[in-house]
Design a protein around this ligand. Structure first.
Ligand SMILES: NC(=O)c1ccc[n+]([C@@H]2O[C@H](COP(=O)([O-])OP(=O)(O)OC[C@H]3O[C@@H](n4cnc5c(N)ncnc54)[C@H](OP(=O)(O)O)[C@@H]3O)[C@@H](O)[C@H]2O)c1
Length: 325
């Protein structure tokens, strides 16, 4: 797989990363053996960029990634995140007051002495971003962290953070059906030389077509509470996404591959991190990097999935409240 550079500080990663969250939560039961095999296969196929977070599990996902990458540390780029308050195994709010403790915990679980890319998972309105990035920057000086990132941060926060210490990447939701970054955030990232790591690049599976209606998912599956998977929204979004299937047929590809190829064509400063816990999907997703979309394909996709064609917000109200804009 080709390499891409994130940001202006020299971080080079595979053009696609692997989102590891779903191996421990959100999208159905965990399968540790298949997850470990998926990480191994990713390495074999040239993926070297692995995404996890303290809160995934919580904690279990970092432990899994740490186990999977034991003995291979020098070949991989590990990205993790801090910033949630975790009480009795549950995420109860934001917490960027305890950055150091969170990072010490992540280092232990990941079985490493350094984190390649450390993100603040959500902006905490109770702690000025200058203070948070100041601490993150101290961790860089101490050799515990190499590069810094933010997630779902708004324009002003990105500018203020970058003035304290260069920010290498923003990880925020960006995909064919979630374009909120296009008008202002992406131009700002390009102005400042910050890379973009789109999360949920397959729309949590929706763009890949591997989904059911919200109520058909068991309790605990994220998509049960996802407004875009509910009722009439589901039907409208399936109609809008039919173009992805059409373009896929034309390229003898799968819809997931087209959704990823679209992101890869949006700029070489973009490194999507599709999530999967199965080798089968991983292999398919790696194939997206070899697809060439024409300007006409890009235009059709851009237009058919424009924001007005998508029904429902990407998060419920509570989760939207944690997004900094
Ligand atoms: N910063 C943040 O706040 C934030 C938020 C969400 C996610 N993330 C990160 O971003 C990563 C990716 O996002 P995501 O996992 O939420 O969503 P995603 O990548 O858009 O979709 C994941 C879902 O799509 C399915 N899938 C993957 N490849 C497929 C294929 N080729 N064909 C059919 N279905 C396929 C997966 O199935 P299986 O589960 O069955 O493999 C899973 O259910 C996460 O793993 C996490 O590391 C970050």
């Amino acid at each position: 797989m080709n390499k891409r550079t994130l940001g202006s500080q020299g971080l080079v990663v595979s053009a696609e990363g692997l989102g590891c969250m779903g191996m421990s939560q959100s999208y159905g039961p965990a399968d540790e053996q298949e997850s470990l095999a998926t990480i191994d296969r990713a390495l074999e196929m040239g993926i070297d960029f692995f995404d996890t977070a303290e809160v995934y599990g919580p904690y279990a996902n970092e432990e899994l990634v740490g186990r999977a990458l034991r003995g291979k540390r020098d070949k991989v780029i590990i990205a993790t995140k801090f910033g949630w308050k975790i009480e009795d195994g549950k995420m109860t709010g934001l917490d960027s007051k305890h950055v150091r403790q969170a990072v010490e915990g992540s280092l232990k679980r990941l079985a490493t002495d350094h984190i390649d890319l450390l993100y603040q998972h959500r902006v905490d309105p109770e702690v000025p971003i200058e203070v948070v990035v100041g601490t993150m920057s101290d961790l860089v000086r101490e050799g515990k962290v190499r590069y810094l990132g933010l997630s779902e941060a708004g324009e002003q926060t990105i500018r203020r953070a970058h003035a304290v210490h260069p920010i290498t990447a923003l990880q925020s939701e960006y995909s064919l059906w979630e374009r909120n970054l296009e008008p202002r955030i992406i131009p700002l990232l390009r102005e400042l030389g910050i890379g973009l790591v789109p999360f949920s690049p397959l729309g949590r599976g929706f763009l890949a077509g591997s989904v059911k209606r919200a109520e058909e998912y068991p309790e605990g599956d994220f998509r049960r509470g996802d407004p875009r998977f509910q009722g009439e929204n589901f039907d409208a979004n399936m109609r809008a996404a039919s173009v992805v299937r059409e373009v896929a047929t034309k390229h003898n590809a799968t819809p997931a591959q087209i959704a990823l190829a679209w992101l890869l064509h949006k700029g070489d400063d973009i490194v999507p991190i599709p999530g999967t816990k199965r080798r089968k999907y991983l292999e398919e997703n790696v194939g997206a990097a070899s697809i060439t979309l024409s300007a006409d394909d890009m235009g059709r996709l851009d237009d058919a999935l424009r924001p007005e064609a998508i029904a429902g917000p990407r998060y419920n109200e509570r989760a939207m409240g944690w997004v900094d804009r």
